[in-house]
Design a protein around this ligand. Structure first.
Ligand code: SF4
Ligand code: SF4
Ligand code: SF4
Length: 354
């Protein structure tokens, strides 16, 4: 019977992988670096960008992200010929677009920029292949789009189709005319996009970016704080990025949460309230028709007094409580415990059933 384990040699190292795995998957499992752009472990394999080419059995150049491993295969991840090919691919990508990093939201956080710097490509003077594509910074209040920076890796298309199941992005035309479209070529703000922002999180360049980052600072100035989304009981884990002025500028899904890196529109963009001057930070008590600020002690004493009075006058079943998905499980547990144990009624429910 054929063994499920395959023995191969990558850069002089004897390694093992499972039958059906690609060269890239086995290399990554063993800490061996191979550059990629269109590859992402969360979406199906594309093999489009050709940056991950490796030499197989001393002659063939293959895309490591799609090539299955074989018994006794010999793989070289970088040599003079491979470097030449990677540089050529990167040069073509730069030639087709407009990559002036100074004006790009992804400057300092761009997979293309990283590889261009690594392989010392450019400067590019030949602009004959440059396409005139759409720049749409205004149609959506969530996403910014600069197709002049799109390298047609297809990660956004697959993310929207395979993960979010929204099927907004697609590729249109063929060959050098291939370009990205939303729905049947609508502006993104007029398309069926639900603004989850997942395609932006997966885009390796500045072709897609969040409206929230405009003018907020450089990528290398941002610091990350992980937290839990406050909007529903799924409890998605979010990495919030704040700038030097302690202002939150973007939210990315954290891979370690139940959401496994994904977010919906609420978790992705619903954080502007944090800095709102209208945010309530102190209890308010209504006096003579107007709300007046009070201390927590005064407010809680008043609530306790009123609840005691109502219970004495009309009985515990005249009182009810509503918990919320915006609270933690522990807080919700405490509220129902308080309602049943202290007030003495089963009138406790969840705001989702309002
Ligand atoms: S997409 Fe990347 S390479 Fe292109 S301009 Fe932006 S930072 Fe530079
Ligand atoms: S934001 Fe979400 S729904 Fe909209 S195009 Fe991107 S992945 Fe699709
Ligand atoms: S918009 Fe970004 S993710 Fe989509 S194809 Fe272009 S570069 Fe790739």
């Amino acid at each position: 019977m054929e063994s499920d384990l395959i023995k191969l040699n990558i850069d002089g190292r004897e390694v093992k992988g499972k039958r059906g795995q690609t060269i890239l998957e086995v290399a990554y499992e063993h800490g061996i670096y191979i550059p990629t752009i269109c590859y992402h472990p969360k979406i199906s394999k594309t093999g489009a960008c050709r940056v991950c080419i490796v030499r197989v059995n001393d002659k063939l150049l293959r895309t490591a992200c799609t090539e299955p491993i074989m018994d006794d295969m010999k793989v070289v991840t970088e040599d003079e010929g491979i470097i030449k090919s990677r540089k050529f691919v990167l040069e073509l990508l730069l030639m087709e677009g407009d990559h002036n990093c100074l004006y790009c939201d992804s400057n300092g956080n761009c997979e293309l920029q990283t590889l261009v710097q690594k392989y010392q490509v450019g400067p590019i003077e030949d602009t004959s292949l440059r396409h005139n594509r759409e720049i749409d910074f205004t149609s959506s209040n969530a996403l910014k789009r600069n197709e002049m920076r799109c390298i047609l890796c297809g990660r956004c298309v697959k993310t929207c189709n395979e993960i979010q199941m929204c099927r907004v992005w697609g590729m249109c035309e063929r060959g050098s005319e291939t370009h990205l479209i939303a729905d049947d070529d609508k502006r993104i703000g007029e398309s069926t996009c639900v603004k989850c922002g997942q395609c932006v999180q997966m885009c390796p360049t500045g072709a897609l970016s969040f409206q929230t980052v405009i003018g907020t600072g450089q990528n290398w100035e941002l610091t990350k704080e992980s937290s839990i989304c406050i909007y529903c009981g799924v409890g998605c884990k979010i990495d919030f990025y704040k700038n030097q002025h302690e202002v939150l500028v973007k939210a990315l899904g954290n891979e370690d949460g139940p959401n496994r890196g994904h977010l919906c529109v609420k978790g992705r963009f619903g954080f502007d309230f944090v800095h709102s001057p209208k945010r309530l930070t102190k209890p308010l008590i209504k006096k003579n028709g107007n709300f007046e600020e009070a201390s927590w002690d005064v407010a809680l004493d008043l609530v306790a007094k009123k609840l005691t009075e109502i219970k004495a006058k009309s009985g515990p079943d005249s009182i009810g409580t509503l918990c919320s998905a915006k609270c933690t499980n522990e807080e919700n547990y405490l509220l129902q415990k308080f309602t049943r144990g202290v007030i003495g009624t089963n009138n406790t429910d969840h705001c989702a059933r309002l």
